[in-house]
Ligand binder design. Structure first.
Ligand code: FAD
Length: 594
């Protein structure tokens, strides 16, 4: 059985004590988003996630989706849950009020996303993809297209997809072959095959709006010849009724390791009618805007599963009786002590806890800056916030999903053999989490994005948005004796990160292959420092409040922060050594020697 209770107290701590979410109310767009509004919203999301979505998680995994010649049927209960989701206004949550949206901040929406993913990642995929399509159309489509589709995506009656991948075209989108031929009426005929399309077909919505990468016959080869098109599954008839098939066909669905209730579809477009989104041959611009947002959302998937696994493992560790505490029996009246008394079990639980709460804190910072980057009246502040989000996006995507996978795996270990058995529900988290490291650009590609695009951008402009506040924080607090056990390890790890950054920047200029060879280690080092920064700030707040708190919340924060500094952050030393050793050895074997 799966259990989950939304970590509202920790979310509130992160929003109001760590990051001052109330500051957003100073922005015109969010002047009404006070705590009085946000707290009930979080409570409602928690209720929907635990009462509607969680009960469908295990059954959805067991049933999967059903492919028929007339389309894909989702698992039992998904359709009703989706209806409730739309009626509750969740599809409209962070969308533009001009199209019926509620205009809520991304920083609050990220918390809602986390809850959905903890409760039922497969379900969360459907509205998640729709939101990506909404976002691309909102940013790049003509007014006519916006008027036609946005309100329907916002009220949930239409869903959306992202159609990039083809059999020969995965990471390298320049290999896309889907063809777009211009028609006299201004539309395009789209022909080609896409694979692995999440939510490509299903029975949840009236229509599905596909955002498709394709190339026109005259386009140059490679990425510069790619354009973005909107291709609906159904077109309108002469009465405006959405009922004419557009020859967009799901030809099969994948049988896969996890997220089984999310339909992963092979799609065939046969001279299907589509319309250009954005400029011709500039499709990657729209796609990247959609992907960047989606990458932050995938980070939340890793975080959500990490939280769910942590809760399940903790509950189990308190109940399962095996062995005796090495410090002497804790429960002598019972046949054995609960396994939570054992140091190794605590190591696993604390690792999961430190990852999860650290990622939540960093993710909330990034989301809040995302809000400022879009809504702050001051252009300079907007730019700075956007720079920070650009830098952080590959870190959130990659770090949160890598740690999410480690965390779900540790959760399974805490349950022992029972964790490996289906009914426990834990092994589903491990399987579901695995894909998050792969899609939306593999984590290896995120690391290349970090060192290749983000690090060198305008002589380190993005980098400064993280390095400067961190440097200022260290300088302001390094002499505080109460903080010493937290800030000193942070300062050391930051120094390693600075030296590693300089080494990579130098290598990147002279030998990009050398820089690429240590990119994944660099991203992990960066992520560990980012979480250490968050843990320092969190423990600093907790230290001021712990004496007046009888709940144990702040005391547990301090101990978890201490664990992070003593047991996790030292990994930065090994990563640093490996980065400084360079990557020559990786290229030393001839291909035949493998
Ligand atoms: C369940 C599921 C859902 C998906 N949903 C969608 C969707 O909705 N829409 C969509 O368009 N796609 C979707 N995908 C596709 C997914 O985004 C791709 O699988 C992913 O981007 C990787 O592409 P690939 O599988 O072709 O791997 P490849 O590109 O063949 O990569 C294989 C390996 O080589 C590495 N590699 C490749 N190129 C480089 C390089 N230049 N440098 C270093 N390493 C490299 C990769 O990191 C990877 O480890 C989905 C896939 C799955 C399995």
């Amino acid at each position: 059985m799966q259990i989950y209770s939304a970590p509202i107290r920790d979310m509130q701590f992160v929003l109001y004590e760590l990051h001052d979410a109330t500051g957003l109310t100073a922005l015109d767009s969010f002047c009404e988003v006070s705590r009085d509004l946000v707290d009930p919203v979080l409570a409602a999301a928690a209720q929907f996630s635990t009462q509607v979505l969680l009960p469908l998680n295990l059954s959805g995994d067991q049933q999967g989706c059903n492919f028929t010649t007339s389309g894909v049927n989702t698992a039992e209960g998904f359709k009703q849950a989706y209806q409730q989701f739309c009626e509750g206004g969740w599809t409209a949550f962070c969308c533009d009020p001009q199209y019926g949206g509620m205009g809520m901040p991304k920083s609050i929406h990220s918390m809602v996303e986390e809850m959905l993913c903890s409760a039922n990642l497969s379900f969360g995929m459907y509205p998640g993809l729709s939101l990506g399509a909404y976002h691309a159309l909102h940013c790049f489509a003509s007014q006519q297209i916006k008027d036609k589709y946005l309100a329907k995506l916002v009220d949930g009656s239409f869903c959306g997809t992202m159609c990039l991948t083809e059999p020969q075209c995965g990471t390298d989108l320049g290999l896309c072959r889907t063809l777009a031929v211009h028609c006299d009426d201004g539309s395009y005929q789209i022909t080609g095959n896409k694979i692995f399309i999440s939510a490509g077909d299903h029975d949840l919505s009236e229509n599905i709006i596909h955002l498709v990468l394709a190339r026109t016959p005259d386009a140059v080869a490679g990425i510069k010849g790619i354009s973005l098109f909107v291709v609906p599954k159904l077109l309108d008839d002469e009465h405006g009724e959405t009922c004419i098939a557009n020859n967009v066909v799901c030809t099969s669905i994948e049988h896969k390791m996890g997220i089984k209730a999310s339909a992963t579809c092979s799609m065939s477009f046969g001279q299907s009618k589509g319309w250009l989104v954005g400029e011709l041959h500039k499709g990657m611009q729209g796609m990247f805007s959609m992907m960047n947002r989606a990458r932050l959302a995938v980070g939340m998937q890793g975080l959500g599963l990490s939280e769910a696994a942590y809760q399940a493992a903790t509950a189990y560790a308190k109940e399962r009786l095996q062995g005796r505490s090495l410090a002497g029996a804790k429960y002598p009246d019972q046949a054995a002590d609960p396994i939570i008394v054992h140091p190794d079990v605590r190591r696993m639980l604390l690792t999961m806890r430190a990852y999860t709460q650290g990622c939540r804190a960093f993710g909330a910072w990034v989301s809040q800056e995302y809000d400022y980057s879009n809504h702050h009246p001051d252009q300079k502040r907007r730019q700075g916030a956007d720079d920070f989000v650009q830098l952080s996006t590959p870190i959130v995507k990659s770090l949160f999903t890598d740690l999410g996978f480690e965390s779900t795996n540790l959760g399974m270990q805490v349950l022992g053999g029972h964790g490996f058995i289906r009914e426990s529900g834990l092994e589903q988290y491990v399987r579901d989490c695995r894909i998050t490291q792969i899609y939306e650009g593999t984590n290896g590609i995120q690391a290349l994005d970090l060192i290749g695009r983000k690090l060198p951008y305008k002589a380190g402009r993005y980098l400064r948005q993280f390095f400067h506040p961190l440097q200022e924080y260290i300088e302001a607090n390094i002499k505080d004796p109460q903080q010493a056990e937290f800030i000193q390890p942070l300062a050391k790890a930051f120094s390693r990160l600075q030296r590693a950054s300089a080494k990579i920047a130098q290598a990147g200029l002279s030998n990009p292959e050398q820089a690429a060879a240590v990119a994944s280690e660099y991203l992990r080092l960066f992520g560990l420092v980012a979480l250490a920064f968050m843990w320092c700030k969190m423990t600093q707040i907790a230290l001021t409040k712990v004496d007046d708190d009888s709940s144990g919340f702040y005391a547990a924060k301090i101990t978890t922060g201490r664990f992070y500094m003593q047991k996790i952050l030292p990994q930065s030393s090994a990563l640093f050594a490996s980065i400084m050793a360079g990557g020559e050895v990786l290229m030393a074997l001839d291909e035949e020697q493998f």
